[in-house]
Design a protein around this ligand. Structure first.
Ligand code: ZN
Length: 221
């Protein structure tokens, strides 16, 4: 299908590097783009303001929904300050920054929301390449959920995952191609310690982001 025939899309939008890149990707692909940001009990509510500001800059309609019950269902380091974050993926399962059900809930809620707004394209920034041990970032899960949503609501949703098969270095490259490298670098919030832009520099999210950026910048020269 010619992308220009596609009407509108809803981006699951956290204000981080990945979903911001996806937001601008979606603006290229779809005539109308809306963004949906979730509060899920994350440590840094600043994320929500960051997302709102970026959406305004991107000129897309921004929505916010509080689904904090997700964070309180199980214990994890992203929503519970008393847990020290795993710096690496343990050998026996996902790291404790994994919020069980997060993408399942996010995309399911997003689909219901999109349906109410007459939107059938959903965009999410999950990536299997850098999936950090999160099972709900894998392609098989997304495809399976896509089928389930269509069956469950008798709709034809299409979940787009522009970052699924690219790593952080290529995600920076994509942001550059979309003309938003500096915006993504300076204004997004990926850091688990809640610091915008280059972040704290040492949490797992910052490490992944920084290493990808330095590889990309070295290659771009
Ligand atoms: Zn950090």
């Amino acid at each position: 299908m010619n992308p220009m025939n596609k009407k509108s899309a809803l981006v699951v939008f956290s204000g981080g590097q990945d979903s911001t890149t996806c937001l601008f990707w979606a603006k290229r692909q779809f005539r109308e783009v809306e963004a949906l940001t979730f509060t899920y009990g994350q440590r840094h509510v600043k994320e929500v303001q960051v997302a709102k500001d970026i959406a305004a800059k991107a000129g897309v309609t921004w929505h916010h929904m509080d689904v904090s019950f997700i964070g309180s269902l199980g214990r994890n380091a992203l929503t519970d300050n008393s847990i020290t974050m795993d710096q690496k993926k343990p050998s026996d399962g996902p790291p404790n920054t994994f919020v069980p059900g997060r993408n399942l809930f996010f995309l399911s809620v997003a689909a219901v929301f999109a349906r109410e707004h007459g939107i059938n394209h959903l965009v999410t920034g999950v990536s299997q390449t850098d999936f950090s041990g999160y099972p709900d970032c894998r392609d098989a899960f997304i495809k399976s959920l896509n089928v389930t949503l269509n069956l469950g609501m008798d709709e034809q949703f299409v979940i787009h995952t522009p970052l699924m098969w690219i790593d952080k270095e290529q995600t920076w490259e994509l942001a550059d191609e979309l003309g938003v490298l500096e915006l993504v670098r300076n204004e997004t919030l990926t850091c688990y310690n809640g610091i915008v832009g280059d972040g704290c520099g040492h949490c797992p999210a910052c490490t992944l982001r920084r290493e990808g950026l330095s590889r990309y910048l070295a290659r771009r020269k």
